[in-house]
Design a protein around this ligand. Structure first.
Ligand code: BES
Ligand code: MN
Ligand code: ZN
Length: 499
């Protein structure tokens, strides 16, 4: 059942809810307590203020405080106070994090209903507040049965505002935020699906379902069509699997003539064994997430359909399963790309850049103002930046500027990496135009340099390597454990700022 989320003007603790969360801006603990805390303290019959003092609670972002009301407050079973940090710094990301933490607190408490009392000053960020609730309440429980199946689920969340001003607009903002987050959650669902269920064909079916539900156009190329069109690199990667590859093109075209055209590309390897250059057994199951870039595209387009921007947006998903087999591609093979370059295969585990190469060449033919690809592309990027930041590359100052603006708006963690020209040497081949991998040094950069070969005349291109933060080993910020949907919010910001 979908989460019922609404916003209402009410007094704090007026609303009935299993759990009530208060957000508190950072304050000087040596001075007087914020009014909200005083009110809660009074409702609890005193004692809270002293406890908070003892805990040195001062509204810092990581601080939280939780007390059962034990019947002392009629309307709620538990009160949680969450620190929000500096009020002057707070924008969408901080607000999104706050409501996500509130939703997680409710999940942890097995609450069915949650009231979130919004602090003053949050009115401008209600869309982010809506996003945070839906993102924080996410769980992937589809395959749990019996005792493992959560018995209680969070059903209703009410955002409580103390001001009645512009409540109609507030409702719209919150509802839009919820829709956007449902897009991100769709991405998470797809990425979390086991690889025996989510084949390229199943991913295409999911994309079609999303497109149909949102009035978007979609084209799916089957294996024959992939071959007929000359996408031989996608064919090469997918040929070792009984699950055929698919190429998916989803588009959003606004009613009025659009000023700009954005094209996004996602890597959709539904499982990456490494192929003939097979991966070690330990942790291989994690490679079910190797289609996270493509999953981002499905969630992004759902969000785009909700926002209805005045720009044309295309999403291209290059989907295949990388398996070892008698029919699989091999190291030493030479295969042609869609735009006619010959590529010598070095290591069949570097399959992502191959399917992306054909997708980028296809994307370049659409002549976009901005071309963005995203992929769980290299372990080297994780070595460079760790698990919580992705690496991004841009081929122009304009594209880099736009991407930085989008990152600031989304609050997602991505670090710019350099396209170091010297390293292109590593991609020179004796038997073909290009080798598809270099040596171990600069592995994330040479992957980016390889991709750049396929963007044709595209002036503004960004490549995001999301190998690290596409998944998380624990809940942080608005992200759960498992698939995060990292990237969707930044790409949506890019779309919205292009209007
Ligand atoms: N899907 C992997 C990259 C990856 C690694 C994603 C860890 C998420 C976590 C990719 O296809 C891959 O295997 N890359 C190789 C490239 C190498 C053979 C040049 C890698 O990073 O080792
Ligand atoms: Mn691989
Ligand atoms: Zn891969």
């Amino acid at each position: 059942m979908p989460l019922s989320l609404s916003i209402r003007a009410a007094k704090p603790l007026e609303l009935e809810a299993d759990i009530t969360v208060f957000g508190v801006w950072a304050f000087d603990a040596s001075k007087k307590l914020p009014d909200v805390i005083k009110d809660v303290d009074q409702a609890l019959g005193g004692g809270l203020a002293a406890l908070l003092k003892k805990e040195e609670f001062s509204g810092k972002p990581e601080q939280s405080f939780s007390v059962p009301t034990m019947g002392r407050v009629a309307t709620t079973g538990r009160i949680v106070v969450l620190g929000l940090g500096d009020r002057a710094q707070a924008k969408d990301p901080q607000v999104r994090k706050f409501t996500a933490r509130a939703a997680r607190a409710a999940l942890g408490d097995r609450a069915k209903s949650l009231a979130i009392v919004l602090p003053e000053g949050i009115e401008k960020y209600l869309r982010a507040a809506g996003e945070g609730v839906e993102l924080g309440a996410y769980r992937f429980t589809k395959y749990l049965t019996g005792d493992r199946r959560p018995k209680e689920t969070l059903e209703t969340v009410t955002l409580v505002t103390t001001s009645k001003k512009a409540l109609a607009d507030a409702k719209k903002e919150v509802a839009l935020g919820q829709k956007i987050a449902q897009g991100v959650n769709l991405t998470r669902d797809l990425s979390n699906e086991p690889p025996n269920v989510l084949s390229p064909i199943a991913l295409a079916a999911e994309a079609e379902k999303m497109a149909k539900a949102n009035g978007l156009q979609i084209e799916v190329f089957d294996h024959k069509e992939i071959q007929r069109r000359g996408m031989a690199l996608i064919d090469a990667v997918g040929r070792g699997s009984a699950n055929e590859p698919r190429f998916i093109h989803i588009s959003y075209v606004p009613n009025k003539k659009a000023k700009k055209k954005l094209v996004f590309v996602g890597k959709g390897i539904t499982f990456d064994t490494g192929g003939i250059s097979i991966k070690p057994a330990a942790g291989m199951g994690e490679m079910k997430h190797d289609m996270s870039g493509a999953a981002n595209m499905v969630g992004l387009m759902a969000a785009v359909a909700a926002v209805k921007p005045h720009v044309e947006v295309h999403a291209l998903l290059a989907c295949a399963e990388n398996m070892p087999d008698g029919n699989a591609y091999r190291p030493g093979d030479v295969w042609p790309s869609l735009d006619g370059k010959s590529v010598e295969i070095i290591n069949t585990d570097a399959e992502g850049r191959l399917v992306l190469a054909d997708a980028l060449a296809y994307g370049a033919q659409l002549e976009p103002d901005l071309l963005v690809d995203n992929a769980t592309l290299t372990g080297a990027c994780v070595v460079a930046l760790g698990n919580t930041y992705s690496g991004w590359y841009a081929n122009s100052d304009g594209a880099a500027r736009d991407f930085n603006v989008a990152l600031k708006a989304s609050g997602e963690q991505m670090w710019r990496m350099p396209l170091i020209e010297e390293l292109r040497e590593q991609l020179k081949s004796d038997s073909a135009d290009l080798k598809h991998t270099g040596d171990r040094s600069g592995g994330s950069i040479t992957a980016a340099l390889f991709l750049r070969e396929f963007i044709g005349k595209t002036k503004n291109w960004v490549h995001a390597d999301i190998a690290g933060p596409a998944t998380s080993d624990r809940p942080t910020g608005w992200n759960p454990k498992g698939a995060t949907g990292h990237g969707v919010l930044t790409f949506l910001a890019l779309v919205e700022q292009a209007e």
